[in-house]
Design a protein around this ligand. Sequence first.
Ligand code: UDP
Ligand code: MG
Length: 314
Amino acid sequence: MDKISVIVPCYNEEEVLPLFYQEVTKELMKIENIDYEILFIDDGSHDHTIDLLKVICLKDDHCSYYSFSRNFGKEAAMFAGLEKSRGDYCVIMDADLQHPPHLLASMYHAVSQEGYDCCAGKRMDRDGEGVLRNFLSKSFYKIMQRLSNLDMSDGAGDFRMMNRLMVNSILEIREYNRYMKGLFSYVGFETKWIPFNNVERAAGSTKWNFKSLFSYALEGIFSFSTAPLKLSGIFGVFLFVGSIILSFYTAISTLMFGNSVSGYTTIVCLILFLSGTQMLLIAILGEYISKDYMENKARPIYIVKDSNRKHGYN
Ligand code: UDP
Ligand code: MG
């Protein structure tokens, strides 16, 4: 009998967890001939998430929880879930019911019967999200796709069911800076896409604001592409060629036509422009160096404070 592991990162989800548990259990019970486990990863919540999880896990032994010592982020929570899972298939789901549980049955069918390694949900619209966020997200995915050469289309999120082979391949990547959307694509494998409509979260509020989304986007670009470094080089070449042409032009116009060289404003503008671009390029370089620095430290991706599974028993 196949076992499905449902991995649920939870950060301050007290309002929606009981409903999520009910809905997901209902859908999992509909699937014939399977065993399942639901792994809740409490990502350092400050509300009563952990108390609720303890109650749920106490009365249902399909459920387990791992509680982090602080908020390590959704990427770390997903990694922990995959690492602790024991199922033949793993599915990652948000706790807010934005990932429709009724798709679980067709996802399982795709990976167990149709020969796919992975079946992923693809959000077809972005209703319930602001216009600006919508626009920025779409632009980001376009840029990302071009820069990384990986298939990372808009709407392709973390909601996916994978077989053990794919899960193990993802677990082998022990990067500290984790960008799961990229990693799914990086490891390859045959993926079936199932479209679904975006719904507003069932309760509670989103953990993302513009600042966190922006740094998430940068994380994606810097983790999966060295294009910014190449762009700096190309920019440098343009400036170099431009400066040579300008020097020749100035020399000729002064020596041959006797035009006196003036232009305090031009000089000030040029100095500001050049020092500005230099700082920007150093910042880009710094970004890569700091990534390398963090990788070299090889700190743990997450730290577990508490779990209902016995120590050392995974
Ligand atoms: N989440 C998490 N750690 C965080 C932020 C979010 O584990 O630091 C979880 C959250 O509890 C939810 C999922 O990640 O289950 C998606 O979060 P959210 O709904 O806030 O994101 P959105 O759907 O708005 O992209
Ligand atoms: Mg959500």
